[in-house]
Design a protein around this ligand. Sequence first.
Ligand code: ZN
Length: 232
Amino acid sequence: MLAEKVPPKNSVLFVWLNNYAGVLLKTLTKTLLIDPADVKAKSLPKIDAILVTHEHYDHLDQQLIADIQKTNNCAVIADKTSAEKLKQLIPPTKLTPTTVGDKIKIGEVIVKVQKCRHQAATPVTYIITSEDNLKVWHTADTLPYPEMAQIGKAEQLDVVFCTVGIAQGTSPETGSEIAWLTKPKIAVPYHSNAVESQKKFQQILKKEQPKTTCLIPLINKPYQVTKGEKQT
Ligand SMILES: [Zn+2]
């Protein structure tokens, strides 16, 4: 079972689940599952909410999401196009279609919906703020965009996931530009099946942005991020 333990105070725990943007995020009281695809439902802990960023197959697996939702009776938050596709499978009281600018509460956890610059119908990204104010930006497949600088400054992000490949137009360079614009404490290169791309991202960060720690995640391994603690 993935990440059974609950993170201590002022911490979150995350697990990267596939070669894409699949992430399990545990806060003090909630477990969120973002863009599950190519994931074994049975390996998951109890889920409070599923978040979907866009309708591409590597982010939206309708049957898998329906299965996980049924098992956990959890909320499903999805961009409008994905929500439309999920309508037949998820009870209406459990399905929330979202759009840029929305702010959604999952208990004490806050999800802010942000823009996604990606060739999909209605893509979004999610900034998740934990009960103790740790902030994680799951940027899905987005390319960098100028407003990221302002968002980064306003939010003071702890963790930002940065796409380094597979998605159209993305590369270690576009990923590191996201890190440069948002200036998080920890930048996580993901959405790649090539460790060389993640290492390239790391090299760029080391040179251009030494204050941000690069964390290259292994798939299915839990990582704990604690406020005020340097990631090693
Ligand atoms: Zn993708």
